[in-house]
Design a binder for this molecule. Structure first.
Ligand code: CA
Length: 226
């Protein structure tokens, strides 16, 4: 899952980037409102974390412009403690949540996961399931046929993407950009290696395979009735 952070304070930005990367997210960080808006309009993000006080366009203006362009991506606002009115204003303008600075990383991560679980349909899904495969988004656990599968953060991210878009053939380049933040076809070998590992963990011991290679196109997770 891909997150755009717009934060002008270098320390806070780095702190967020590092923590969220370790939690398995793909992070893009920019330092001002104009760059933030530009990125948001050019790319697909699962979430935008938006500071209010920014050089160039401020957080509100960025949010307003994102919504004006018809983009529904969730936005989490970061506001200073002495700007209580900001929260109300932010929520009225279409932010999904806000967090008052200073905040603990644990709190931020909890908010981020809640927003992402809600997804675009606004439904707060706690688990994803396809056939006998289940992904517990709250506890970050995967099980198949009730049996626990141990996954790394990247494998979890990869499986989550496949499950959220199950039945859809996902090109390697899309997977690379959503899970690894890589945009070049030459890097897709990383995707193949990770996919092989993921498949051996979740498909090897089962008769019914869920992840399929579509030659020349990419991968799809689906329950095939053959
Ligand atoms: Ca700021």
């Amino acid at each position: 899952m891909k997150i755009l952070i717009v934060e002008d304070e270098p320390k806070t930005g780095e702190y967020l980037r590092q923590g969220l990367s370790e939690a398995g997210f793909v992070i893009e960080l920019v330092q001002n409102g104009n760059d933030g808006l530009h990125r948001a309009l050019q790319n697909e993000y699962d979430l935008v974390i938006l500071d209010v006080m920014l050089p160039g366009l401020n957080g509100w203006e960025v949010l307003q412009s994102i919504r004006k362009h018809g983009l529904e991506m969730p936005v989490l606002f970061l506001t200073a403690r002495d700007q209580v009115d900001d929260r109300v204003k932010g929520l009225e303008m279409g932010a999904d949540d806000y967090l008052v600075k200073p905040f603990s990383f644990a709190e931020l991560l909890a908010r981020v996961r809640t927003i992402l679980r809600r997804g675009r349909g606004g439904i707060d899904a706690k688990t994803l399931s396809v056939a006998d495969l289940e992904l517990d988004l709250l506890r970050r656990r995967a099980t198949r046929g009730g049996r626990r599968i141990d996954l790394t953060a990247k494998e979890f991210g990869l499986l989550e993407l496949l499950m959220r878009r199950h039945g859809e053939v996902l090109p390697r380049s899309l997977i690379a950009s959503q899970v690894w933040d890589m945009n070049f076809d030459s890097d897709t070998n990383v995707v193949e290696v990770a996919m092989r590992r993921l498949r051996s963990k979740m498909d090897d011991e089962f008769d019914q395979k869920l992840i399929h290679t579509v030659r020349g196109m990419g991968y799809v997770l689906e329950e095939k009735n053959t």
